[in-house]
Design a protein around this ligand. Structure first.
Ligand code: CU1
Length: 387
């Protein structure tokens, strides 16, 4: 183990000193390994290896399962790297599932077995793991997937409840919020086998799916007010930790950087298409709003066992969860998908764009009887009266 790895581990232990050590970690690992012969034989089930896709896109998947449960295999390499998080060139010593912030979204169906191989290449410097909010036991898998650089582990869990669920790294102590803040979070969506339904049990479908992972970064500034660019993860930790504890983010972004989903990287749809937006936040709360559109159907908590709400203007994402919204576009043009704390959207970065193609306008829904121009002489300028 090199000096850097040793110092990071020492820092992890020291910084986590205020938190009682988890006594059951070894017990759970031991219990699982000693009774591994009791694991169900799944050799009768079909297996599928899924190639993950970089967000905001999501791998191909069925909305209504055409057959029974499967074992779905995902492999996620962990990548520690430096990324640029704004248009000023501010860098972050990032940690990622699969090289992106957020990590790739996985989609399975209820009753499927999810088999995740987590790989920590020897080029990394820190231990990592995966805690899946959709999994049951062993800290969501965190206790049985902790791997040092050069190691890998495969864990399997049954997707026994539907919804969109956050997953994140959770190596323990201060390492946990730091690794999440530095990018190690994503979403897995467990669809009902029969597909999504509205409150009256009518089927709901989507034409496109976009995954937005919102992240709050805490980059300290130097004495001149400029963001500090660190040269390594170890160097960045003390300053980032102090900034994190202040709970005032320097950046709040979708998909890893200010403007990551704008301009040429904007989301797209065709007028008339139904788009699913999955929006996760692993640490703070958020309040998505589609400017010019609505949430036709919104599972605010992201859990499909609950009927979706209808016609929402803004919805809420609890930190540590993922919300799901469906909207059918009715007008072409540019839409903004924002965190409707607009200070966070405009000043800190939590804004994305979606371009809807189309060349016909629904004048029944909106039209323009008088275009912007000079105030007309007969326009009534009297103020509202008091009563
Ligand atoms: Cu990690």
């Amino acid at each position: 183990m090199n000096v850097l790895k040793t110092s990071l581990l020492a820092a992890a232990i020291a910084l986590g000193a205020g938190v009682a050590p988890a006594p059951a970690k070894a017990d759970v690992m031991q219990l699982i390994q000693e009774s591994i012969a009791d694991a169900p034989d799944l050799s009768h089930l079909p297996r599928e290896q899924v190639q993950l896709v970089r967000p905001p896109y999501v791998h191909d998947h069925e909305q209504v399962a055409s057959s029974g449960p499967r074992v779905v295999e995902f492999t996620i390499p962990i990548v520690e790297k430096e990324v640029v998080i704004d248009d000023q060139g501010t860098t972050l010593q990032a940690m990622t599932f699969g090289g992106s912030i957020p990590g790739p979204m996985m989609v399975v169906h209820e009753g499927d077995y999810v088999e995740i191989t987590l790989v920590n290449p020897s080029t990394n410097t820190m231990p990592h793991n995966i805690d899946l909010h959709s999994a049951t036991g062993a800290m969501g898998g965190g206790d049985i997937t902790i791997i040092a650089p050069g190691e890998e582990a495969t864990m399997r869990f049954k997707a026994d409840r539907t919804g969109a669920f956050v997953y994140h790294c959770a190596p323990g102590g201060t390492m946990t919020p730091w690794h999440i803040m530095a990018g190690m979070h994503g979403t897995i969506m467990v669809l009902p086998r029969e597909g999504l339904k509205d409150a009256d049990d009518n089927p709901l479908r989507y034409d496109k799916l976009y995954y937005l992972g919102e992240t709050d970064f805490y980059v300290p500034r130097d004495d001149d007010g400029n963001f500090i660019n660190y040269n390594s993860h170890a160097e960045s930790l003390p300053g980032m930790l102090e900034e994190m504890r202040g709970l005032i983010p320097s950046h709040v972004v979708f998909n890893g950087a200010v403007g990551a989903l704008t301009g040429e990287d904007s989301m797209t749809a065709k007028n008339g298409e139904t788009v699913m937006f999955v929006h996760s936040q692993a640490l703070r709360d958020s309040r998505p709003h589609l400017i010019g559109g609505h949430g036709d159907y919104v599972w605010e908590t992201g859990k499909f066992a609950n009927a979706p709400e209808s016609d929402l203007e803004t919805w809420f994402v609890r930190g540590g969860s993922a919300a799901v919204a469906l909207y059918t576009f009715k007008q072409p043009g540019l839409y903004a998908y924002v965190n409707h704390n607009l200070i966070e959207a405009i000043e800190l970065g939590a804004a994305a764009h979606l371009v809807v193609e189309g060349d016909t306008w629904d004048h029944d829904l909106m039209t323009l009887p008088s275009a912007p121009g000079a105030i007309r002489p007969d326009t009534d300028l009297s103020l509202p009266v008091e009563r």
